[in-house]
Design a protein around this ligand. Structure first.
Ligand code: SF4
Ligand code: SF4
Length: 473
């Protein structure tokens, strides 16, 4: 039989296989996946570094300043030397749009790789399972321990495992809380039991959340709690590159018999290795796009190892699109409308964030004109308007400034010292009056520009346009 005929014959089975019902563990069993080496295992391990960085980051300081701090009571966000105030928070909306578009774009290109590699639930579960394996042994030994009665061995192993899980959960909780307060103070306050109730609450919630979700619920979180798993089908299409079993090449599957070379069989030797390594218990051969598949690629590693051992080409399971598996050409990324749209919105968000960061002013100035009364006519014939001005100094140190006005000839500010000292990060309101002769006004309502300027550096300044009102002529 020619290779082409064999391929056609195998492809006929494709439809039937896609119609098979998928096995989903709904929590009735504990999955003890086998750990195997390989390309994708290495990628997953590299992502560990990113999350270890997350745990360490709030404890890093430059010149004594915590490099990332969401200081909610002071309404400031310190991020690698930049300080962002509530007035600049519009940038946060672009950050959220950017993150969402990146997630959508990555899903359109490569399915749920975020789940498989980057998601904290997946990564923490991976850590917990690694510890479990070190203490309790191989999947077979772990299953045996699950079934055994509570003897000294089981108590010792479980106790050790839970103690290490607790330690990681505790570190996770402390690190998260440290993003919102002075991290060194937090450590000191926790040791002396003087921490704020908000810190204890955050710590306890994160401790329990990490311990239960990563230790016990594991892949069930992906099935039942994660909304992303539900909406991914909207973003994935036939061009998305996802872990797929090459049915045409693999079927009909059959066990390998020593000395027997049956060329009616496909390349899958039904060794089940792709299933036993799967952290969610999925059999990728049933269908490429399954609810339980987090697209971690571990089945690709497992099958590649098997193919290497039996001397067959690798990639019986591989990252491939549905179209590619059907023998159709894969379109270039930039020819896919949804990828272009996600990319365009991401780029626009990045530009907006860069513009925002580059244009954050050192001073913030707001002026409110008093409405009751709009103006006062003085006995000497001059006109007086009252204003409340609010100045925010965004620099990390106090600043001496002067306030001047322009726009009304001969106008003077009264009730305001020549030099104002502005503390850092504080909004200070001043009530001031401006006095002018009606002769200096070009109408009964004229613009007036308030200008705040640093004494030691005139480039640090801010303006605000208000108005000056007088009686009708
Ligand atoms: S089927 Fe493969 S890619 Fe999907 S979750 Fe299991 S091991 Fe990962
Ligand atoms: S690991 Fe490869 S050869 Fe083994 S059962 Fe899975 S697909 Fe077949």
């Amino acid at each position: 039989m020619s290779e082409q005929n064999k391929s056609n014959q195998r492809s006929e089975g494709l439809g039937e296989l896609y119609e098979e019902s998928h096995h989903v563990n709904v929590g009735g069993e504990t999955i003890h996946a086998k750990r195997m080496g390989g390309r994708f295992r290495q990628y997953k391990d590299l992502v560990w570094l990113f999350w270890i960085g997350y745990l360490v980051l709030p404890f890093l300081r430059v010149n004594g300043e915590q490099i990332v701090l969401f200081d909610i009571p002071a309404r400031q966000f310190h991020f690698f030397g930049a300080t962002i105030y509530p007035q600049d928070i519009w940038m946060l909306s672009f950050v959220l749009v950017l993150l969402a578009m990146m997630l959508f774009g990555i899903t359109a290109i490569a399915g749920r790789v975020f789940c498989g590699f980057f998601c904290f639930q997946t990564v923490w579960t991976d850590w917990f399972v690694w510890i479990e394996e070190k203490i309790e042994g191989t999947p077979r030994q772990r299953r045996k321990l699950d079934e055994s009665s509570w003897n000294s061995e089981k108590i010792t192993k479980r106790g050790t495992k839970y103690a290490i899980w607790s330690l990681i959960s505790l570190v996770t909780g402390i690190s998260f809380a440290a993003y919102f307060m002075d991290s060194y103070e937090l450590l000191k306050d926790l040791v002396t039991f003087d921490a704020h109730i908000a810190a204890w609450t955050t710590l306890i919630l994160f401790f329990l959340g990490t311990f239960i979700l990563a230790g016990f619920m594991r892949e069930q979180v992906c099935f039942w709690l994660c909304p992303y798993a539900r909406i991914q089908s909207v973003m994935v299409d036939r061009d998305s590159i996802i872990p797929s079993y090459d049915i045409a090449r693999g079927e009909p599957r059959g066990k390998l018999k020593k000395g027997v070379n049956d060329d009616r069989k496909g390349d899958c030797v039904d060794c089940n290795q792709c299933v036993v390594v799967c952290p969610t218990g999925v059999d990728i051969r049933e269908s490429a796009l399954q609810e339980g598949c987090i697209m971690c690629g571990l089945c690709v590693d497992a099958c590649d190892t098997v193919m290497e051992k039996i001397g067959k080409p690798k990639e019986l399971i591989r990252y491939a699109s549905d179209n590619e598996m059907q023998g159709q050409a894969q379109p270039a990324l930039l020819k896919r409308p949804r990828v272009i749209i996600y990319l365009a919105i991401s780029l626009a968000s990045i530009l907006a964030i860069i513009y925002g960061l580059a244009s954050i002013p050192a001073l913030e100035l707001h002026v409110v004109h008093e409405r009751q009364p709009l103006y006062v006519k003085m006995s000497d014939g001059s006109i007086q308007n009252t204003y409340t001005i609010k100045i925010l100094n965004k620099l990390p140190e106090a600043l001496d400034v002067k306030v001047t006005i322009e726009g009304v000839a001969g106008a003077d500010i009264i009730d305001l010292p020549d030099v104002l000292t502005l503390d850092t990060a504080k909004v200070v309101p001043y009530t001031i009056r401006i006095k002018a002769q009606q002769a200096g006004m070009a109408g009964d309502n004229v613009p007036v520009i308030f200008k705040v300027e640093a004494l030691n550096d005139p480039s640090i300044n801010e303006e605000y346009e208000s108005f000056f009102i007088g009686p009708s002529r």
